[in-house]
Design a protein. Sequence first.
Length: 276
Amino acid sequence: MIDQSAYAVGDVHGCLAPLRDALARGGFVDGDDRWIAGNTRLWFLGDLTDRGPDGVGVIELVMGLQEQAAEAGGEVGCLLGNHELMLLAAHLPAAESGHASAEAARRLFWERWTGNGGKESDSARLTDAHLEWIARLPAMARIGEHLLMHADTLGYRGYGSSVAEVNARVAGILTEPVQLPQIDELTHMMTKRFAFASDDGQAAREFLGDFGGRQIVHGHSPVPLLLGKEPREVTGPLVYAGGYAANFDTGTFLGGPCFVAPLPTVPREAPVGQAS
């Protein structure tokens, strides 16, 4: 049985086999991919699909583990990533495009999705149940003192001043009737990166002061590219910005390892604007 109570997984990007190996190696699943981790909490940080060979397989594995963990008193959660947004925009009907015909908008989003690693083999297997599940994913989550979000960007502030407000706003955008221009704007926001990498943690501390928590946990920006290392040289998530941010995108689709890692130790000093 796993001792640590909360874990996270960075961007899987369709790499089903490395994910299954990491989950089994960590004691989260048995040989049949069934949840055996009891009341452990496990969160995926978004970008389950695209680039790798089996995005739908990853979605189905996470969906199944979510149900099994809940039955065992645990939790498997998943955040909305920019690749989930691109996938949705490429496959959901639009009520109106806002600036062009719905059909032209759909072609644009299809080209964007496939141009960013979306696979027609995944598209052929997607069902309404998959799309509905993706559309219900939260944009942010608080797990104790950790603030979970997909992208290392300040843009979430434009969608609310709390985790609940951001999630409600995003859910509204993805609820029928879907408005593709709003998904477009949200996708562009979530493609931004590196907001917390340019100082000693001040930006991260201020962001945490707004949304709560003592450490940001995100994916989106591959650690091997940030460090200028070969993907196989990555040994785990990167804690940076004075300890106020942790990057869990270990570059699995680039050939890096897939980690199911415990949420890191948080800094003792309170973030800016947050009571200690």
